[in-house]
Structures are given as C-alpha cells and as structure tokens.
Design a protein around this ligand. Structure first.
Ligand code: FMN
Length: 174
C-alpha cells in the first residue's frame, strides 16, 4: 500500500515520539539465528526494548517490536518462547549492555532459567514468559505478539526512558 510522503523528517518524528515516556525491558531467547555462536559467545540472545505494551487480558497478550536490522531477528523469528524482563531503576547498566554490548551480552549477568529454559534476569521488576504467538512485518520493524504463560513481579521502581534520557519514576502528591 502506498503512503503519502510525510511533511516531517525522521528526526522530528523521533523527537515527537520521545515525549512519550516508556519503561525499559530486556527480551531474551535462545540463539537460533545464522549468526556464528562464537560471535555471540552465548547460547542466548537478548536486546533492550522499550516498545513493550499490554494487548489483552483474556487471553493474556503483550506486544513489542523488533527492528529488521537487529542481529537477534533470526532468533526471535524462529523461537517458540521469549522472556520480557522489565528493568528496575537499579538496572541502567543492563539496559546499556543489552543495547550496545557486542560479543557476549550475558557476561556478568545474573539470571535464573524460567519454565521455558530462558533467562529471567535477577532484580527485574517484572517478567513475562511468552509463547511466540504471532508476528507482523510493518515498515522497518516486526511486531511480535506474545501469549503470556508465566509472569511475576517484585517490589521496586521502574527504569523510565524519555527524550533520550533515563529517569526514575516519582509519585506525584495527591
Ligand atoms: C532505551 C532503548 C530502547 C530500545 N527499544 C528497542 C525496541 O523496542 N526495539 C528494537 O528493535 N530496538 C530497540 N532498541 C535498540 C536495541 O536495543 C539495539 O539496537 C540492539 O540491541 C542492537 O543490537 P543487535 O543488532 O545486536 O540487536 C532500544 C535501545 C534502547 C537504548
């Protein structure tokens, strides 16, 4: 389907989007791509993602999107399950490691294996173990809808991303 050319540029679009604050997640799955495991250095892949959101309560569905250029794409396209870990305000280092780390992104990362045998990060504020239910290519991303099979949460505050920076959330009086 052809779309009319927008009257704004990508940078302007990104700046407008950045006014919407999000939480930050790290999404993990098995390394199933064509990428050389030696290059990844690990049996798992993971990336930082802020595109997570809820979709449906019954059945329990969530959504997130992955850029077509991500090296993790072949793994997420093939995997049966993934885990969405919601980061706490104490986990900015993990956010950076899973966004920018080359080589083994799981180096030094403390995690336990969930029911599907995938990393649930220690200290995460919440986690959702998902069946890889459906995928939709749109523009330069693939939208993933996950069916939540297990989830959990902990006390604490989320890491918040907005306007290119990271924040902790503060409750307003009233
Ligand atoms: C705060 C933050 C949020 C991000 N959210 C997403 C996202 O929702 N989807 C995505 O594909 N990439 C997202 N990224 C970028 C990926 O983390 C990054 O491009 C990716 O890990 C690049 O490495 P890869 O090619 O090995 O996947 C985000 C990065 C940051 C710092």
């Amino acid at each position: 389907m052809n779309s009319p050319s927008p009257t704004f540029d990508t940078q302007h679009f990104k700046q407008s989007l950045s006014r919407f604050p999000t939480g930050v997640s790290v999404i993990t799955t098995h390394q199933l791509g064509e990428a050389n495991p030696a290059e990844w250095g690990h049996q798992f892949v993971g990336l930082t993602a802020s595109s997570f959101n809820s979709v449906s309560l019954t059945p329990p569905l969530v959504v997130w999107s992955l850029g077509l250029k991500s090296r993790t794409l072949p793994s997420f396209q093939k995997t049966s399950h993934y885990v969405i870990n919601i980061l706490s305000e104490q986990q900015l280092a993990l956010c950076n490691q899973f966004a920018f780390g080359q080589g083994d992104r799981f180096g030094g990362v403390d995690y336990a294996l969930g029911t599907a045998g995938l990393p649930v990060l220690k200290g995460a504020l919440a986690w959702f173990e998902c069946r890889n239910r459906s995928q939709y290519t749109e523009g330069d991303h693939i939208i993933f809808v996950g069916e939540v099979e297990q989830c959990g949460f902990a006390d604490g505050s989320p890491l918040v991303h907005q306007q290119g920076g990271f924040y902790s959330a503060q409750k307003l009086p009233g």
